[in-house]
Ligand binder design. Sequence first.
Ligand code: ZN
Length: 324
Amino acid sequence: MAAKRHALLGALLASVFPASLVESAAPPAPAVAEEPVLRVVILGSGTPVPSRTQAGTAILVQAGGDTLLFDCGRGCTTRLAQVDPALLPKIDRLFVTHLHSDHVVGIPDLWLNGWMQGRAGPLRVWGPKGSDAMMAGLRRAFAADIGYRRADGIPANDAGIAPAVSVVRRDGVVYRSSDLQVTAFAVKHGDVPAFGYRIDKGAHSVLISGDTAATPALARYGQGVDVALVEVASPPMAAYVRRSFSAEQAKKILDLHLSAEEAGDALAAMRPGLAVYYHSVTGEAADAALLAATRRRYAGRMEVGRDLMAIEVHADRVVVDPVD
Ligand SMILES: [Zn+2]
């Protein structure tokens, strides 16, 4: 965009001034696109409710040679293929926020299909207590399929199907790779053990809230991050819950999540470079209602996440590719 503006300005000035005077007004565009420090792709921005446009929660974070996945909801592998068909077998690090099914129901396909497509090492999974039992259960559930494929020797390796679970029990760094680190922090999601994650690469950072109600952990771990991905129950989502469940059930569900106002308060305390909402039903009217409610509490830069929206953190700026 900036390059386009410069070109336009250059053409305009060239029609008025001689070229020798104009050249300095239009800096040349960089020859090679600069690699971002961190690249975040929202694979799934949706809720437990199946949708034509929103897959279940899944967020891809790419940083240099590291490719990390946070949650693996419905449709995760399809969205991965949309980003890059070669990605699936490369995904071998999965960080799970909590064990509600809309965050993990895509794991069997990621785990089994990634192995079939060529992953030669285990899918390493970090997640709250119960993650080890879930992965062991999947192994039992898919024992027949694993047995058939092993008998055929396709794939030829056994390591790709081996379990590798690290149970996250408390706040702290759970993963390190050169200058990249992932920190888990406990959030508040009723009685469900649940974590958010913060990813740091050099001086840059991204926070993923996971599912949470209002908690001081967001301000503590999200202070000044470049990008904060924050869950929210938008006003239309809250209205849907109130319509679809008893008053008591609806209260229980909505108490698990941030209202737009609570999310706005959390963002005002965090002051991220860019805030991105996810885990909510999107659409023109829904987004307008969500932003209007948030704007009463928070004035910073923000986006409503969409499936396949890519966010690039560069040394000096954050760029959003909104997909459409
Ligand atoms: Zn949840």
